[in-house]
Design a protein around this ligand. Structure first.
Ligand code: COA
Length: 319
């Protein structure tokens, strides 16, 4: 039986760093409020002209190099993003052209902050079926282009970046399970407006969010999701080595860690430096902890994410 495993990870953050103090100059907020309510201290924002696929290409090349592969070895691209550079061709195709690995399937999917987990789940099934051999799974976002920089309830949260993993076939299971969910009845609590309906001065598409309502549903659904992942694998929470959560709010992450009885030292946290990068947040956190040596081969990781829709999901991974 063929399984899939993560061969390697990669990520990219734009050079420009915006601190909470910088945001104090844009909206009526404070460093203290942002830190205590969200855990965010700073975030990276893309340069003018730096697009989602530009960032994804850096992350993808780093993952491919770390896997000891060439870009031409990639035969499948699944790309999670809600901030595509073009309506079409999709970001997966644009990335495929940059990497020069033409011919295999390449697509993007827009399941907001759960985008990477949705992409990972699909790629895992293709590798396990034998239809793909080296699958590139990407989460990349340029959320700064849909952020209303006059709205203090959202401008403090969202940021830019990209993360990627390469999946390859393996005789032993790396991806132990993925579980995906969506509940469209919550569509009005977190969405991106259409052009002309935005709240920004130029009436461009903008993120609209009911923060405290999103918070409550996120804690409930993510709690159910981590329980589901462990139960499906017949594992106790004590088996986990690391939680690699979506980096939306430190208080949501702490609530899930408490449910898993995991000390915060066993939770990969990048929110303080990255903010909420939506589909990029989980692969960015994963790559940070792989590269600094915290996450090691053979360890058991629980990845989870929750986003607009609502969409949410988990992946239990033997790294
Ligand atoms: N700076 C200062 N004050 C702010 C503020 C800011 N940036 N944003 C909101 N406030 C104010 C509100 O106006 C409100 O003031 P009031 O009490 O005078 O009415 C007060 O702070 C509390 O607002 P509330 O929305 O209840 O705060 P909160 O504790 O729920 O924190 C979020 C707000 C957005 C940080 C939090 O709800 C959250 O993270 N929700 C989840 C969002 C999320 O994760 N979205 C992405 C999902 S992938």
């Amino acid at each position: 039986m063929i399984h899939s495993r993560i061969a390697a990870t990669g990520s990219y953050l734009p050079a420009k760093v915006v601190s909470n103090s910088d945001l104090e100059k844009l909206v009526d907020t404070s460093d203290e409020w942002i830190r205590t309510r969200t855990g965010i201290e700073r975030r990276h924002i893309a340069a003018d002209g730096e697009g989602t696929v530009d960032m994804a290409e850096h992350a993808a090349r780093r993952a491919i190099e770390a896997a000891g592969l060439k870009p031409s070895d990639i035969d499948f691209i699944a790309f999670g993003t809600t901030t595509p550079d073009l309506v079409f061709p999709n970001c997966g195709v644009l990335l495929q052209q940059r990497l020069g690995c033409l011919g295999g399937p390449a697509f993007s999917l827009e399941t907001a902050c759960a985008g990477f987990l949705y992409a990972l789940s699909i790629a895992d099934k293709y590798v396990r079926s034998g239809e793909a051999r080296r699958a590139l799974v990407v989460g990349a976002e340029r959320l700064s282009s849909i952020t209303d920089w006059t709205d203090r309830t959202t401008a403090i949260l969202f940021a830019d970046g990209a993360g990627a993993v390469v999946l390859e076939p393996s005789p032993t299971a790396g991806i132990l399970s993925t579980h995906l969910h969506a509940d469209g009845q919550y569509k009005d609590l977190l969405y991106c407006s259409r052009p002309g309906e935005g709240s920004g001065v130029n009436r461009q598409p903008r993120i609209v969010m009911s923060g405290s309502e999103v918070f409550k549903v996120a804690v409930t659904r993510l709690g159910q999701s981590v329980d589901e992942a462990l139960a499906a694998n017949g594992l106790d929470r004590s088996a986990l080595d690391w939680l690699v959560p979506h980096q939306a709010n430190i208080r949501i992450i702490q609530a899930i860690a408490r449910r898993l009885e995991l000390p915060m030292e066993k939770v990969i946290l990048t929110i303080q430096d990255h903010g909420n990068t939506s589909a990029a947040s989980v692969p960015l956190a994963l790559d940070a902890a792989v590269r600094d040596g915290r996450i090691r081969r053979g360890e058991l990781l629980l990845l989870e994410a929750f986003g607009g829709g609502f969409t949410w999901g988990s992946a239990l991974v033997r790294y």
